[in-house]
Write a protein that binds this ligand. Structure first.
Ligand code: ATP
Ligand code: MG
Length: 360
């Protein structure tokens, strides 16, 4: 009797180019599934997003979190709409998912691949190419959702936005960071804070990092303030390997990292529940990008790379490597969309990656 490993994948393409790059990722996943055998991906698509919001006032149906719970993993495109304030989709769909499923680590790798000219010479300075893993705390901190507004509309209106940091939340995240560094050849970890100005939450970060580090003596780690970090990323990229930062800081720094590695169009992300009690979620870092939607211009690489990370998380290492290698090979061959200075369309890049997989 042949046993095929089955993985149930919830697919949420969302809006804008989210729909285009999700279609690309699924095409590539199907190609790799045909090639590798031994496993099966069962896709169920959910049309949650701005269209549903405009009809019903809600981005999702009532029982959506239970629906997702029935899957092994979630693949997500992007949501957003020019007519809807961004904080609505963020707080109706994206942040509740991360918090409900306790996907407390957001993994955002950046690499300067062969075939991509980085925008600054610095990105490949001193022989060490830019090859980072940025880890973003994903359930608390500045995006904890605490705060409020009073005297609304009045000239003395007050709004508070409270960052919440818990010892448990920081520790579990930083353990993951030290473990990630431990598995990498250089074993470097840089913990980013702003503990000179933020004297409660981020001083706690510093203290917890110091404590946790004792369990990982082989990891070389250092600490840096977020402002100095932006300079270091540009001027001394070769000194960085694994980077750990708060929800807000890593949100910003990972966009910088993506730009330094060529384009936000190649940046993948994994929202992980390392305990594996809940499904993890994989998505490109970029958003719905309405300026290029429907023009076949979107770079599918960020979504395709995210799909490779999903396969790895599901234990399908061979398939994950094959997909990643095909993606790298297509870039090395100069098959690139306009954001990377190329002339290829979304569908052409997708087909090239599928063809490379077929030929492997
Ligand atoms: P969000 O609020 O979800 O972060 P955003 O409004 O910041 O979204 P993004 O979609 O993240 O916007 O991207 C900013 C710009 O970068 C887009 O307007 C688009 O021009 C470009 N861009 C983003 N993703 C891609 C992609 N996959 N391919 C090509 N260009 C892209
Ligand atoms: Mg953005």
């Amino acid at each position: 009797m042949s046993s095929v490993r089955t993985h149930k994948v919830a697919v949420i393409p969302g809006d804008g180019i989210g729909i285009e790059v999700t279609a690309a990722a699924i095409e590539v996943l199907k190609a790799v599934q045909d090639k590798v055998k031994g496993f099966e991906l069962v896709f169920t698509e959910y049309n949650w997003g701005s269209a549903l919001y405009k009809q019903t006032g809600s981005y999702t149906p009532k029982d959506w979190l239970d629906t997702l719970k029935g899957h092994d993993t979630i693949f997500f495109g992007a949501v957003g709409d020019p007519d809807v304030p961004d904080h609505i989709s963020l707080w109706q769909l994206i942040l509740p998912m991360r918090q409900h499923f306790q996907q407390y680590v957001n993994v955002r790798p950046s690499v300067v691949f062969k075939g991509i000219d980085p925008p600054t010479r610095c990105a490949t300075a001193e022989g060490g190419e830019l090859d980072w893993i940025m880890l973003r705390e994903n359930t608390e901190g500045e995006y904890a959702g605490q705060g409020g507004r009073s005297h609304v509309g009045h000239e003395h209106e007050i709004a508070t936005e409270v960052a919440v940091f818990t010892r448990i939340g920081i520790e579990r995240f930083l353990r993951f960071a030290f473990e990630t560094a431990q598995k990498r050849p250089r074993k470097l970890l840089t913990v980013v804070t702003k503990s000179n100005a933020q004297r409660y939450g981020l001083v706690l970060w510093d203290e917890v990092a110091q404590l946790v580090s004792k369990d990982y003596p082989d990891v070389k780690w250092d600490r840096i303030l977020v402002d100095a970090m932006t300079v270091r990323m540009v001027a001394k990229p070769q000194t960085l390997d694994v980077i750990a930062a708060t929800n807000l800081h890593a949100d910003i720094l990972s966009d910088l990292a993506a730009a330094l590695s060529g384009s936000i169009g190649i940046a993948p992300s994994s929202n992980l529940d390392p305990t594996r009690k809940s499904p993890s979620l994989f998505e490109p870092v970029h958003g719905a990008a309405f300026d290029i939607m429907g023009k076949n211009l979107a770079n599918p690489v960020a979504a395709v790379w995210s799909a490779s990370e999903m396969l790895r998380w599901l234990g399908e290492e061979t398939a994950a490597d094959m997909l990643f290698n095909a993606m790298k090979a297509s870039l090395a061959q100069g098959i690139k969309t306009a954001d990377l200075g190329g002339t290829h369309k979304t569908t052409e890049v997708t087909k090239a990656i599928c063809d490379l997989i077929k030929g492997m």
